[in-house]
Design a protein. Structure first.
Length: 147
């Protein structure tokens, strides 16, 4: 059964072009893991794909579509759950801002949807909030017990 999640929207203090370019190359994400997690996460990437192994659990991502400065569609690859995430980059109300949001469709069985549904929504919203905070010079809040 496919479950749909939509993150909140947030204004990011970067133009859609700048933000899009940061997300378009999957190699950029290998540098995002905080130092305290580097020994717990194995990350490898090329331009179109990323692979993470966390405590023996592997998640693979691949870029399926890029519409310059508007959206990036990312699909699952080598993952236990099939999903598609769409990152939206819309011009903000002021020049140099982006209205950023994420839509996620995941094939989850009833048990997984029950266990993970609320957590998936929370994670999507925290990603959007963290990106908006970082664009304004504020360090995103990273919990100590992710892994």
């Amino acid at each position: 059964m496919t479950a749909h999640y939509s993150s909140k929207h947030a204004l990011v203090s970067r133009s859609p072009e700048e933000l899009f370019m940061g997300f378009t190359d999957m190699r950029n994400f290998t540098r995002l893991a905080p130092e305290q997690y580097k020994d717990k996460v194995d990350i490898s990437a090329d331009y179109d794909s990323l692979r993470m192994t966390i405590q023996g659990f592997t998640i693979g991502l691949r870029v399926d579509e890029r519409q310059p400065y508007r959206l990036i569609r990312i699909g699952s690859a080598e993952s236990p759950v099939e999903f598609v995430a769409v990152l939206h980059f819309e011009p903000g109300t002021l020049s140099g801002q982006t209205d950023f949001s994420i839509d996620l469709d995941a094939n989850l069985n009833f048990m997984m949807k029950t266990m993970l549904g609320g957590k998936i929504q929370t994670v999507l919203d925290k990603i959007v909030d963290g990106l908006a905070d970082a664009s304004n010079g504020k360090m995103p809040n990273m919990p100590d017990n992710i892994f």
